[in-house]
Design a protein around this ligand. Sequence first.
Ligand code: DOR
Length: 456
Amino acid sequence: MKDIVIKDAKVVNEGKILRDTSILIRNGIIEKIFREAVPANILAQSEVIDASGKLLLPGVIDDQVHFREPGLTYKGDIKTESNAAIAGGITSFMEMPNTVPQTVTQELLEQKFQIASKVSLANYSFYIGATNENLEELLKTDPSNVCGIKVFMGSSTGNMLVDNPETLSALFAKSKMLIATHCEDEQIIQANIAQAREKYGEDVPIWEHSKIRDTNSCFKSTSKAVELVKKFGTRLHVLHLSTAGEIALFDAGPVKGKKITCEACVHHLWFSESDYEKLGTHIKWNPSIKSANDRQALLKGLTDNRIDVIATDHAPHTLEEKDQTYFKSPSGGPLVQHSLVAMLELSRNGKITLEKVVEKMCHNPADLFGIEKRGYIRKGYKADLVLVDASRWTVTKENILSKCGWSPFEGESFYYFINQTFVNGNIVYENNNPNSAGTFFEDVKGERLTFNRNQP
Ligand code: DOR
């Protein structure tokens, strides 16, 4: 493998923006960071990438994606969706267990790792899923090479609701693993559904979604998860906060050392209730998109460091499925290809700083899960990097890479685009015309993520 020099980039890393900075990659590792001119002998023996005028960031680590394999591969599969992720600057992902069959045994979990090792250009990990019955299997999970246990404390796609109080207590009491929760209170949701049915019959308008999956259901369920952890001392990560109220349940501060952490997702930071009118069920998610005030509070929660990471909850469904009436349309949508460019757009619009975007999408997921040697541009770290260029472009069917072939961002234009993605020092994706889908280099696959949960 020839050395690579990424020359004269604007590096965004560890709270700083460093202009005219060059990176030497050797054997997949960041060998040296140059703040001065790179010596001629190094340039002579390397493949040199001129990055002047471009941003260089650590690769994004997305801790919540649904890639649909096995069993739902007509919506997406590990290869198509990890390629879309790579094209979006995501170099590592952690995937959810609501596949068919559900990922609820060690054997089924290892099967996913096997598939990923053969097809995924990105680095990967997979959650094992909790049910009301599989505590023993969950407790066998190895924290050094599996990202966590997923618990649906509210029902969503895939019928994985864990609602037995004894099961939940036993799991939270015994788990040495990180538990990641989907928090929405099922009883509140069911009561709201009954009310909506009474008013509208089967023809419920989509903007009722945020009243059905409402702020109270989020607050009640998230409070319950936090209470369980305060009782048992478990390591809890609450996924996709969507309301202002929940944020107050979390402490502000650096992610390292926190026992309870939480996440915001790109769609909750971008869309608000007023978008239901135009985008309809294409922005139907669980938890629902809520008010502009909630969106504002989430952005503030990121700045205040109460919210630790930004992820996608990438959840492809076909257009045919999505374009049904309220109750029939499944929640979720494809996001991995556009999460970084959307967040960079928000930073251009002054909603969040560039440094914060990198902290929440790259550094903090690495620290939160204890991912070894990734998430930062540091000497000795794996060269998972993304080179970002600027030229306004538009999301269209022609440049969408998710297998489902649509995006909630269709018609949206972004200022930044992903020019090159590096995984373990390999250039795996390149795009010089943002309105196109770019080119993949598929020879070298990504690696299984490993975790050191005892990092200082
Ligand atoms: O909107 C959602 N879709 N939320 C989830 O929790 C699951 C996801 C899916 O798998 O479709």
